[in-house]
Design a protein around this ligand. Structure first.
Ligand SMILES: [Zn+2]
Length: 511
């Protein structure tokens, strides 16, 4: 029997080692790499071992290191058969930074080392042989991450003997799961207890990775799309003003997750959010997904996941009586939290300066000489127009048929059928409108308005043009206005039509 030693190394430093019982054993050096990468919200999906997370309001850093007691289960595949290495290999020689270690193992006696074979290593999760495959249990883990809690990160690797010549060899661990980080900011004055729950549906019972490792759906008995397994985390309690987080790991067998939700006890009241992840997510192995919740004293809001995918704009169905749908993001924005463009009312392009003198529909900047959209002779040529025509509607011009700037009625319908709350979404202040009818959400950032050469009231006020304007004072236009404390239909009284405001389109279908 021969003992083969593997050295796991994070850096590119070449290391060596082979300790052998028999003199004729090949001398082989393994250098196993785990990419030296934090798993952050910007760069998800690194390959890591034991995870710890440092928390911040809007940032997360996951890092990993080997620690005493970590073990690696090894298998050898040869001639269509798989042999399990008897004992778990325990890591040793862990480096000071925790990212480097070594381990030994004994080759199964049935393996002929003069022929081709593969070494399969699995760590962070139980593995065994079923048929011709290495199988790992797909049970899910959800733990609070605080005070240095760690969670093992399942990884695996395969070494092909055909590449296994004497000398330095490189082994790369591959990631075996998906991470989900839920962070809750407690902005209230009482403590919050919560746990993370979710239904996981399995579309098929087995999942092959690289044709070599099979993950069995042992955690749930579900074997088709309609059956689901409910998984819950431990409770975590967050003090007032503090941030708490739960890290979840699972294998995306069915490749999607539905009804992820937060169960919370706040001020003694139990509540369950069902819209933490409102869309069935296509999830990829080896990636991290982040959700952030804010408790504002009366309701829980989740800052992510306003859209089913990245193909904006989406027409969000809030279940409104008129059938009107609202765009997920502003005209000119590529994300619900972005401000997008600022437009003077009835203009379809942006400018460096927004002032009376360069406003399109006033003669020589004179607001009493309106050249289009006027129903009051004191302010210009009466043309009887009640609202912006499509050619002057920046939503229609930018987004095409079916999209318009909202009418007064459509803005009022939104306000009357939604409850809204001030919140931060990815650090951007704004208001989230939650439908009282179907709980769908849209987020509107507080982009302020453009006057002269400056954006004003940025991050404190949201001002969105409608396509309507008042009869008596046609130099103004209507819109939706909100701040931290209020929301409503507004004449935008202090804003003449020449100021630049954001525009949130509505979708009314093909007319
Ligand atoms: Zn969208």
């Amino acid at each position: 029997m021969k003992k083969i030693a593997l050295i796991l190394l994070l850096s590119i430093t070449m290391s060596w080692l082979s300790s052998c019982d028999e003199k004729d054993a090949p001398s082989v050096v393994f250098t196993a790499l785990i990419p030296d990468e934090d798993m952050s919200s910007q760069r998800p999906g690194s390959m890591i071992k034991d995870i710890t997370m440092s928390q911040g309001i809007n940032s997360f850093n996951l890092s990993a290191r080997w620690k005493d007691g970590d073990v690696i289960q090894l298998f050898v595949r040869q001639g269509g058969k798989i042999y399990q290495v008897e004992n778990l290999a325990t890591v040793f020689d862990i480096s000071a930074d925790g990212k480097k270690c070594s381990f030994n193992f004994t080759m199964p006696s049935l393996v002929n080392e003069s022929l081709e074979y593969e070494i399969i290593g699995v760590t962070g999760i139980d593995a065994h042989i079923e048929g011709q495959n290495v199988v790992v249990n797909s049970s899910m883990k959800r733990i609070p991450l605080e005070n240095g809690n760690t969670m093992p990160s399942p990884m695996w690797f395969i070494i092909n003997k055909t590449n296994l010549t004497t000398g330095n060899r490189q082994v790369q661990f591959k990631h075996l799961g998906t991470y989900e980080v839920l962070s809750v900011n407690n902005n209230s004055t009482s403590s919050i207890t919560f746990k993370h729950c979710g239904f996981f549906s399995y579309t098929f019972p087995w999942y092959l990775i690289d044709g070599s490792i099979v993950i069995g759906s042992k955690a749930g008995t579900a074997s088709n799309d309609t059956e689901q397994t409910d998984v819950q985390s431990d409770d975590i309690t967050i003090a007032p003003g503090a941030v708490g987080a739960i890290l979840s790991w699972y294998i995306p067998i069915g490749r999607h997750i539905t009804l992820a939700r937060l169960h919370a006890i706040i001020d003694g009241q139990e509540m369950t959010s069902i819209d933490m992840m409102r869309y069935s997510k296509n999830i990829e192995s080896g990636k991290a997904y982040y959700m952030q919740a804010t408790w504002d004293g009366s309701a829980l809001y989740f800052s992510n996941d306003f859209c089913p995918d990245g193909n904006h704009p989406h027409a969000i169905d809030l279940g409104l009586p008129s059938g009107t749908k609202w765009a997920c993001c502003n005209v000119g924005a590529n994300d619900p939290t972005r401000r997008g463009g600022y437009y003077a009312w009835g203009e379809i392009s942006q400018k460096d300066r927004y002032e009376q003198g360069n406003y399109k529909w006033w003669d020589n900047g004179d607001y009493t000489k309106i050249t289009k959209y006027c129903r009051n002779g004191d302010f210009g040529v009466v043309d009887g127009r009640m609202e912006l025509e499509p050619e002057d509607d920046v939503a229609f011009v930018n987004l095409g048929t079916g999209w318009r700037m909202p009418s007064r009625q459509q803005v009022e319908e939104l306000i009357n059928n939604c409850s809204s709350s001030w919140m931060l979404s990815n650090g951007i202040p704004g208001r989230v409108f939650r439908s009282n009818i179907n709980n769908e959400l849209i987020f509107m950032p507080a982009g302020g308005y453009f006057n002269g050469e400056y954006v004003r009231d940025y991050e404190s006020t949201g001002l969105f043009w409608s396509r309507s304007f008042p009869t008596s004072a046609p130099y103004l236009a209507h819109g939706l206005a909100f701040s931290g404390g209020s929301v409503g239909w507004a004449k935008l009284n202090n804003l003449g039509r020449h100021n630049g405001c954001n525009v949130r389109a509505v979708y009314v279908g093909q007319e």
